[in-house]
Design a binder for this molecule. Structure first.
Ligand code: SF4
Length: 238
């Protein structure tokens, strides 16, 4: 199986009528292949790759079955691309049928823990997988500001340590920008834009346009000191 479901945020989406399936690959160069060309020191340290069961290791071990499966999938993506894409297509097809039976709208995130430009990856006779499933909504976060994607692939730009210039490009190009904040109480505005709470669901393609998508720092991100997590200093008046 390439696609997975079932994290708590995804379950929130089901209540809104959507079934999200996610492809988790090994991030950055963990597999020996680069899947996150714009990864930063801060995002790598705080990466969701080690959130939930993916981050539970037996004493003295630095890997587990989830991590090994992600590495295997990533190696297959690079070394047996055609077979990998065929399998992905079949899983998307069967997920669409499964969602229909449950009365849910199927949606897909192919970069659960990677940042691959899927619009450039061929799928059989199609230019990319989005062209093969034109009526299906795909969505992802990305740190690559200049991507040209089809209309059924929604991207939210991810702010990180040291990518302010790319944030500006992304805002210019009309992307929403996800920002991880240290404080659970999100600011109302950031960089002149309204902050929308991104923790209420994972359905980023439903977010209001021209927004900052505020996410509360979780897990390892709470200890961030690189600037990946933004800290809002309250203005103290005398
Ligand atoms: S770019 Fe995203 S998936 Fe890749 S290491 Fe950073 S946070 Fe993880």
């Amino acid at each position: 199986m390439l696609l997975t479901r079932g994290n708590p945020k995804i379950l929130k989406g089901e209540k809104q009528g959507y079934l999200t399936s996610i492809l988790h690959l090994a991030p950055a160069d963990l597999s020996g292949y680069q899947t996150c060309p714009k990864a930063t020191a801060g995002c790598k340290a705080a990466c969701l790759n080690t959130a939930g069961r993916g981050g539970i290791f037996k004493k003295g071990e630095s890997t587990n079955v989830i991590q090994q499966a992600r590495i295997r999938k990533t190696v297959r993506f690079f070394e047996a691309r055609e077979q990998f894409m065929q399998e992905l297509g079949l899983e998307i097809q069967s997920t669409i049928k499964y969602a229909e039976k449950k009365g849910l709208i199927p949606v897909f995130r192919l970069n659960g823990t990677s940042d691959i430009a899927w619009e450039k990856i061929r799928f059989g006779a199609y230019r990319n997988i989005f062209e093969a499933f034109p009526g299906v909504q795909f969505y992802d976060y990305t740190k690559i500001a200049k991507r040209n994607v089809p209309s059924n692939y929604h991207l939210t730009f991810s702010a990180a340590d040291g990518n302010d210039a790319d944030v500006a490009v992304a805002i210019d190009r009309g992307y929403n920008v996800a920002v991880v904040f240290a404080d659970k109480k999100l600011p109302e505005q950031y960089n002149g834009l309204t902050v929308f709470n991104g923790d209420e669901s994972d359905l980023r393609f439903l977010d209001p346009l021209k927004s900052i998508i505020g996410l509360y720092a979780k897990g390892k991100a709470r200890k961030d000191s690189t600037g990946f997590v933004k800290r809002i200093i309250p203005i103290v008046t005398a």
